[in-house]
Design a protein around this ligand. Structure first.
Ligand SMILES: [Zn+2]
Length: 290
């Protein structure tokens, strides 16, 4: 809670965030930084979210937050109107009317060390962490321990089936849950994790020689081709669930760096709301009555 001295400004918060997650570390296609807000406006309360959606905007307004720090950019592609006739336009109007600033730290937070995937790795107690994919030499993010995803050792080896159940227990709960691809009895000692969509790191997971790779948004063809080529087992969690753990680290960083109060959104903003597990079939014969 802010009690001593004047509240930091939006500019102060931005400066701290950009020292920790320099915008030049973001991928070329990404759009990070301050989206909305008066630089001189005071910030007493910050809400940390994965997604800026109507529900998290409502949460920010109800909590009287002065600023939202989000992982996903609200405006990734060019827009020619922010009229309140679209979902995004309406949110922008609500936030500006309520004087709420909005900041996004996306791939620059993914690649940072510690970054988004460190928080995910911590949920599994992974040790001896290293990046799954380092930025290309010469790119601004290259250096130190920075990179996308993390590779580490599990405290105890376990089968893929057990690890999948464990993942469902240690990750934030979603309707999507957790599914895995590969031999359920395969022993997993070394695990790669990457918060968010991890399709593009399948090759890196194979190159890293891990037993399994946990990420989100995996698709049929890339996954089956990867497994056919003897790649690591795959664990597919909900996108939001793989990035929500980072919000605690982000909030702790903001509290340490600035005299602000922080709130972390636990609203599941994953779009999937219903999941039906297939019924367990004991018989090998398909149930033609069913
Ligand atoms: Zn994401």
């Amino acid at each position: 809670m802010s009690t001593s001295g004047p509240a930091p400004t939006v500019s102060d918060v931005v400066a701290k965030l950009e020292r920790r997650f320099p915008p030049v570390w973001a991928e070329e296609w990404d759009r990070v930084g301050l989206v909305l807000g008066e630089p001189t406006a005071p910030v007493r309360r910050v809400l940390c979210v994965v997604d800026v959606v109507p529900e998290t905007v409502d949460e920010a307004l109800a909590a009287d937050a002065d600023m939202i720090v989000a992982h996903h950019p609200l405006l990734l592609r060019g827009v020619s109107s922010v009229a309140a006739t679209t979902v995004k336009g309406r949110m922008i109007h609500q936030l500006i009317r309520a004087g709420v600033a909005l900041y996004a730290a996306h791939t620059n937070a993914d690649v940072a060390s510690p970054g988004v995937s460190d928080a995910l790795a911590a949920r599994f107690g992974l040790t001896s962490l290293r990046p799954l994919q380092r930025p290309a030499p010469g790119s601004p993010a290259h250096g130190d321990d920075r990179g996308f995803g993390r590779v580490g050792e599990l405290p105890e080896p376990m089968t893929l089936a057990d690890l999948t159940r464990h993942a469902a227990a240690v990750l934030p709960v979603t309707s999507w849950g957790v599914r895995a691809a590969g031999d359920p009895g395969r022993m997993v000692r070394t695990l790669a994790v990457s918060g968010g969509s991890g399709d593009s790191f399948l090759g890196a997971a194979t190159a890293a020689g891990v037993d399994a790779f946990l990420t989100a948004d995996l698709r049929h063809h890339p996954a089956s081709e990867h497994l056919a080529a003897d790649g690591p087992a795959l664990i597919d969690a909900a996108h939001w669930a793989t990035e929500r753990p980072w919000l605690d680290d982000l909030a702790a960083f903001l509290r340490e760096a600035l005299d602000v109060e922080t709130l972390v959104s636990d609203l599941d903003t994953d779009p999937w709301t219903v999941h039906a597990a297939a019924p367990v079939v004991d018989d090998k014969e398909p149930d033609r009555e069913g």
